[in-house]
Design a binder for this molecule. Sequence first.
Ligand SMILES: Nc1ncnc2c1ncn2[C@@H]1O[C@H](COP(=O)(O)OP(=O)(O)OP(=O)(O)O)[C@@H](O)[C@H]1O
Ligand SMILES: [Mg+2]
Length: 257
Amino acid sequence: MTMPALHAENLVKRYGALVATDHVSLTVLPGEIHALIGPNGAGKSTLIHLLSGTAPADGGTLSIAGRDITHASLHHRVAAGLSRSYQVTNIFQQSTVFENLLLAVQAHAGSSFCFWRAGRDDSVLTQAARQLAMDCTIEPALWALPAGTLSHGEQRKVEFALALAGHPKVLLLDEPMAGMGPDETLRMTALIASMRGRVAMLLVEHDMDAVFRLADRISVLVYGRMIATGTPDEIRASAAVREAYLGDEWIDEVPDA
Ligand SMILES: Nc1ncnc2c1ncn2[C@@H]1O[C@H](COP(=O)(O)OP(=O)(O)OP(=O)(O)O)[C@@H](O)[C@H]1O
Ligand SMILES: [Mg+2]
């Protein structure tokens, strides 16, 4: 069997008496787009925190590409291949778009590269930043602008690019379409789709049109418990999912994959 890109087993997170994550297991395969859906307060963001290491788990295990990172620091998780797309606050607003990308590429290239850069030409890094911008469909006309002057949708793209700079194995995306208009949502959907096969993505998203268009597989979390994992067709057909979350009327409106 293929080695999973991410494998979580029996993750538990308690907030006092509340079990926000109740023995959750999840497998994300290499290169797949795996959506995590569920009602408000289901524990989706909590699970993202446990995976990225921004909140400690009370139990369970986690591995990236077969490497156990259950107790690893944020830094070691990133080194193991885990990346998380933060909100736009992760962007240096005053710096240009290109400087932001260059910094991210440089940071992942390691200290040896920084040393090189001090006295030598940095064309390799510049080229990598340029490639990243093009891969993420950031228009060249925007590269020299201060990142803070870009539209919300364009800033989310830059932020997505920053998360990809280190060539992660797994990218965690918590509501990448939040606050976007219809056109921006479509562009972000296309960008995420273009990365299919290159990086495994765990996508938390409330926009069900986007989820059912994008996802190779979907996991459904309700009250801290994972109630189903399957292909979009399987999730659409699941009686348990209809009952606990999506409902009959709604599911008939979900676009075919
Ligand atoms: N830091 C915290 N302290 C106490 N309770 C918390 C904390 N973070 C989350 N919770 C609770 O844990 C549960 C899960 O919250 P979480 O934010 O993970 O849900 P979610 O699925 O991301 O919801 P949404 O779809 O609204 O973003 C909720 O009941 C929430 O109130
Ligand atoms: Mg959330």
